[in-house]
Design a protein around this ligand. Sequence first.
Ligand SMILES: C[C@@](CO)(OP(=O)(O)O)[C@H](O)COP(=O)(O)OP(=O)(O)OC[C@H]1O[C@@H](n2ccc(N)nc2=O)[C@H](O)[C@@H]1O
Ligand SMILES: Nc1ncnc2c1ncn2[C@@H]1O[C@H](COP(=O)(O)OP(=O)(O)O)[C@@H](O)[C@H]1O
Length: 288
Amino acid sequence: MTAAETEPAPAKVNLFLHVTGRRADGYHLLDSLAVFGPAADTLEAAPARSLTLSVEGPFGAALADEADNLVLRAARALAGAAGDPPPGAALRLVKRLPVASGIGGGSADAAAALRLLDRLWGLGSGPDRLARLAATLGADVPVCVRSGPARMGGVGGDLSPAPALPECGLLLANPGAALATPAVFRARTGAFSAPAALPERWPDAAAMARDLGRLGNDLEAPAIALCPPVGEALAALRALPGCLLARMSGSGATCFGLFADAAAARRAAALLPSAWWNAAGGLYGGGA
Ligand SMILES: C[C@@](CO)(OP(=O)(O)O)[C@H](O)COP(=O)(O)OP(=O)(O)OC[C@H]1O[C@@H](n2ccc(N)nc2=O)[C@H](O)[C@@H]1O
Ligand SMILES: Nc1ncnc2c1ncn2[C@@H]1O[C@H](COP(=O)(O)OP(=O)(O)O)[C@@H](O)[C@H]1O
């Protein structure tokens, strides 16, 4: 039997997120800079006749009642286009990213399933076809298929190059609260933001933090209103030595601190309340 193949599903972090409009179908238009790291789920796949999924890991139990795991939705979407009878796989997800937490864990898992099964089944779909399939699974899935720094436009799936990123460190902190993305978008009020102007490159993390500091996450205020611990996580991150910028990612509740390098982020992580989930390190798939 062929050995199981493994694929990482790294966390997505929105370094800024502007809500620039709203479509007639209720989806919001976004301008965001997404990066990946410093924590990941892992997906494993071995050849099998049918599609099965087992979920383990520290946040596996949070998905026990999930009727339709995004991994299986992604696998079915890819298998449907792969021929008759559709190919199978025995999938195993190690869930390390908190669920419904603004770092796109489910989207990252779906994207990892597309990459992994495309390989396992020898489909050779190519990036454009995978991106089209990804967009049918969720607004965040296309950027997660790439799992590298990217500017997100449209409802999330219009991807363009990110500025060249300097060495930097990220510390993610989640105060233990799940936030449903639709509720946070619904709670947003006020005018829409303009798209951001970004340079072609940032020479260092301090320059990046200065520019990002002039931007924001338009979902932060509504998330704090729905879930006050988000405000506590931001205050705690801001107070850490070496923290250049603290902001919420996506629709929350996970917040991130930006640091000069991975070591500074790891040192700061030790000072956070031990009851919170945290992860520290460098960027995945990008940055000097
Ligand atoms: C907010 C973001 C920013 O990266 O991140 P997360 O908080 O999920 O990590 C994403 O846009 C989330 O993407 P994703 O979680 O894939 O969203 P979907 O499943 O497509 O949509 C869930 C719901 O969120 C709202 N939604 C999502 C995306 C968007 N551009 N406008 C929206 O209004 C809609 O209410 C939609 O029904
Ligand atoms: N593999 C998965 N991991 C996480 N959530 C999943 C998964 N499959 C389905 N879901 C559903 O998707 C919802 C959003 O999850 P997630 O992607 O973690 O949120 P966010 O994008 O806010 O970080 C969850 O509440 C859960 O019901």
